[in-house]
Design a protein around this ligand. Structure first.
Ligand code: KG4
Ligand code: ZN
Length: 339
């Protein structure tokens, strides 16, 4: 049977990425050009700079993805692109490039939701994975529990009512003068700290929703009041105790949801999935209850285009194609409608 080659394009935030997949699950290339060093001196992503850098990078990154896949552009069967959620100026660069390529190559265009892409990356890491399953999606912009019934049918069970988990990591790290992005820095620092040193409040929210702003404020208050008293802050203990509170809250809700909906597979997704404490604690919680745990390889946790190509491939099987009038939708939610 003929193999389908999908070119994926991702420019929603601070990575310019392109990837080629064969038949949706086999990665032929996965090129990521990160802008982290560019934004680091500002302590966070500067949207205007991100858009400009995407414009410079997009075609060289696509070229490299095609070249390293060992294929010709003319062999590409379809183009999948992130159209939201994300920074509007950044998204537009990828969407414009994808539309132009689809028009020039006369191939279908697939519009992919970035968050769905994060979940689908697990199909690349675990070839045996099939729906139904429960996915915990934790990124810089979102924290959500998604019940995936089939490849093309999702249910949002709960989400954060305020800050995303990654956002809380990044904000706390910034106050502690750690470089951007703060998540990996806190993760590293926490390894030498005591998670029981400071009793930060564990967020309590009804249903399967999350909340991290109260926890974030209490960490900021702790840092302020300790330095006002002239005492030295043990950054490693703060990082470990804060991380413990976030991880506990994520795991409690995930296990509750799995039990409530009778799901036996748990799939971790999103940039914060790279957190070592979250991975090991969720794995242990799943093992204890006989739940099967799936976790993407590190490079696939954070933003990449292989996840977009994978999601796009499954949409194409359902003939879910986009018109060439496709626009970016910065506040796209899980059901495809703007919030
Ligand atoms: O999914 P992602 O690459 O971009 C979005 O779609 O938002 O996630 C980026 C987020 C950032 O907040 C970053 O600090 C966080 O993922 N992150 C981590 C770790 N690695 C990345 N958070 C905690 N621990 C990590 N090891
Ligand atoms: Zn992401």
């Amino acid at each position: 049977m003929e193999k389908i080659l999908t070119l994926g394009i991702e420019t929603s935030c601070d990575e310019t990425a392109a990837a080629v997949l064969r038949d949706g699950r086999e990665i032929l290339s996965n090129v990521i050009s990160t802008q982290i060093p560019l934004h680091q001196k500002f302590g966070g992503v500067v949207p205007e700079l991100a858009s400009r850098k995407h414009i410079v990078n997009i075609m060289p990154v696509v070229d490299e993805a095609i070249r390293t896949a060992g294929v010709e552009l003319s062999q590409i069967n379809q183009i999948a692109v992130t159209y939201g959620p994300g920074l509007v100026g950044a998204l537009l660069v990828g969407v414009a490039a994808a539309k132009t390529l689809a028009f020039a190559l006369k191939v279908p265009l697939v519009a992919v939701n970035h968050l769905e892409g994060h979940i689908f990356v697990n199909f690349l890491s675990a070839p045996e994975l099939e729906p139904p399953f429960l996915s915990l999606v934790v990124s810089g912009g979102h924290t959500a529990l998604i019940k995936m019934n089939t490849y093309n049918e999702f249910e949002l069970l709960g989400q954060t009512r305020d800050d995303a988990a990654g956002e809380a990591f990044d904000k706390i790290a910034r106050v502690m003068n750690l470089p951007y992005p703060g998540g990996p820095e806190i993760d590293r620092l926490a390894k030498t700290g005591n998670p029981d040193a400071i009793d930060f409040p564990h967020p309590k929210v009804a249903d399967f929703d999350f909340s991290f702003s109260g926890l974030k404020s209490s960490v900021l208050n702790y840092l302020n009041s300790t330095s006002m008293r002239g005492e030295t802050v043990n950054n490693a203990d703060v990082a470990a105790s804060f991380q413990r509170a976030v991880v506990d809250s994520l795991i409690d809700k995930t296990i509750d949801a799995a039990e409530n909906f009778g799901l036996s597979k748990i799939v971790l997704a999103g940039g914060v999935a790279a957190n070592s404490a979250l991975e090991s604690s969720l794995r242990a919680a799943c093992d204890k209850r006989g739940l099967k745990f799936f976790y993407p390889t590190k490079i696939l946790c954070t933003d990449n285009a292989a996840m977009i190509a994978c999601r796009g491939y499954y949409q194409s099987l359902a003939e879910d194609f986009a018109p060439l009038t496709l626009n970016a939708v910065p506040n796209l939610n899980f059901k495809g409608a703007a919030q």
